[in-house]
Design a protein around this ligand. Structure first.
Ligand code: GLN
Length: 487
């Protein structure tokens, strides 16, 4: 496998008239064609639409029109983000062939910046899962070892970037779905602060946790994508107002004086020794470069997975009520009556994992159990948020592993939902607290599978987070390795 240029290189080459958008797009499409039979990162790719968009950009450049910051850069979009080109399936039979009539806000912004949407990427059904195995489409394979999962739920986006099919992609993160696949695939994934990026046009899973974010091979590219997608949108009342900084110009902030918080809660039972070693080696590097490592306590972190698996299914059960066989997507054939239409359409259209979440969510919201489960989980959520608030009074970022292990084998956890849920043990707390967090490659295990380092920052602290991650990449080369060429 050969390298594909980075987003900043491609954007610069287009701006300097060294490469045409059509040439860049053709290169990507060829890479997709070559990789897809064994990777399955994409669920759809409209070659003609991408090339047509590219030639429009070339014509605009010839006419001397103003060029956007991502002009000529192809990007892939997770298939739970609405696009008017191609279907938006959410990896579910329920939305098979569903055609959105509008673009998600982030897609409009990318296109306004000159990016070329090249296709839609695979995910677990409705973003519920950690491996893309719950998808209605074929499971995405990890480019580093095709017998292993790419992670999830944004496994398609992470694998497409890792296999250098595209230089960048968007994912969504409700409990780790950008960071965990980024870690398993050896790429960079950012979950922005809740409210940093508009969710308009993101198919809702758990609305108080969902956030769209970028995936790319390096931190600078992630910053460039965030520059374009961040900011208030009047169609999403939870998107934050206020000025959006230039995330690229903050990258040079030095490491000296940075305080990194370390908590034992993130280095607990179940953490594989090789992951532990790689993360600790990264921390030693930070320390050698002048950052201070500060022990911190996050006493409620041990409840994060339990809390998440009450809050997220509760919201999902209500969000997914709209799939009734009438308004959207799949409809059962020959229903006997209206009740049968609803129940058969939902029974046939949803996969077992989605049904499990809906049942869990309905249970914890039902009368008599609401106080016992949902209300209690909401209180725990507040305590988790307060743990972070307290910690960020003393430190700038918090470091941890992204996941307890490297990518697992396809099929290994499919029959054991609890084992699957535990892959989220280090990621869900950032969503519950609404803070930002990034996954960056920090090494490889003895099988050559990538290991991810997670850095978490306070709400709207992306500048410091990205700088800390970028400075690490300036001093290491893990992110430059290509599948098939690992350590
Ligand atoms: N793996 C987690 C879940 O299944 C997170 C999913 C996500 O972030 N979309 O809920």
């Amino acid at each position: 496998m050969t390298g594909l240029s980075t987003i900043y290189e491609l954007a610069a080459a287009f701006r300097a008239k060294q490469r045409s958008a059509e040439d860049i797009t053709r290169d990507c499409l060829d890479r997709i064609e070559a990789a897809e039979p064994s990777v399955h990162a994409f669920v759809s790719c409209d070659r003609a639409a991408a090339l047509a968009h590219a030639s429009q950009l070339d014509a605009a450049r010839r006419r001397g029109e103003k060029i956007g910051p991502l002009a000529g850069v192809p990007v892939a979009i997770k298939d739970n983000i609405c696009t008017t080109v191609g279907a938006t399936t959410c990896g579910s039979q329920m939305l098979e062939g569903y055609q959105s009539v509008y673009n998600a806000h982030v897609v409009d912004r990318l296109e306004a910046a000159g990016a070329i949407v090249i296709g839609k990427t695979n995910l677990d059904a409705f973003a519920m899962g950690s491996s893309t195995e719950t998808s209605h489409h074929p499971t995405t394979r990890n480019p580093w070892d095709k017998t292993c999962v790419a992670g999830g739920s944004s496994g398609g986006s992470a694998a497409a970037v890792a296999a250098r099919e595209v230089p960048g992609a968007l994912g969504s993160d409700t409990g780790g779905s950008i960071r965990q696949p980024a870690s398993y695939c050896g790429v960079v994934g950012l979950k922005p602060t809740y409210g940093r990026v508009s969710r308009f046009g993101l198919v809702a899973f758990a609305s108080s946790l969902d956030q769209i974010g970028p995936i790319a091979t390096n931190v600078r590219d992630v910053a460039l994508l965030l520059n374009v997608i961040a900011g208030q949108d009047k169609c999403d009342s939870t998107s934050a107002d206020g000025a959006v900084p230039d995330f690229e110009s903050c990258l040079e902030r030095p490491l000296q004086g940075l305080r990194i918080g370390i908590s034992d809660e993130y280095f607990c039972e179940g953490l594989h020794a090789e992951v532990d070693r790689a993360v600790r080696a990264a921390l030693e590097l930070y320390q050698a470069e002048g950052t201070e490592l500060v022990p911190i306590e996050l006493p409620h972190m041990k409840y994060a997975v339990a809390c998440y698996y009450i809050v997220a299914p509760a919201e999902a059960s209500s969000n997914l009520a709209r799939y009734d066989g009438v308004h959207y997507g799949y409809r059962a054939a020959k229903p006997e009556d209206i009740v049968d239409l609803y129940s058969s359409s939902r029974g046939e259209g949803f996969c077992p994992e989605v049904k499990r979440r809906i049942m869990l969510g309905t249970y914890v919201l039902s009368s008599g159990y609401y106080e016992q489960y949902y209300l209690k989980a909401m209180k725990v959520r507040t305590l988790i948020k307060e743990d972070f608030d307290n910690a960020f009074r003393r430190v700038d970022v918090i470091a941890s592993p992204v996941a307890p292990t490297t990518a697992f084998r396809i099929g290994e956890k499919l029959d054991d939902p609890l084992a699957m849920y535990l892959t989220d043990v280090y990621t869900v707390s950032a969503n519950l607290a609404g803070i930002c967090a990034i996954s960056i490659p920090c090494g490889f295990d003895k099988c050559g599978l990538p290991i991810g380092l997670q850095l978490m920052g306070p709400a709207f602290g992306e500048e410091i987070l990205l700088a800390a991650a970028h400075q690490y990449q300036l001093r290491t080369d893990h992110h430059t390795k290509l599948p098939g060429c690992g350590d």
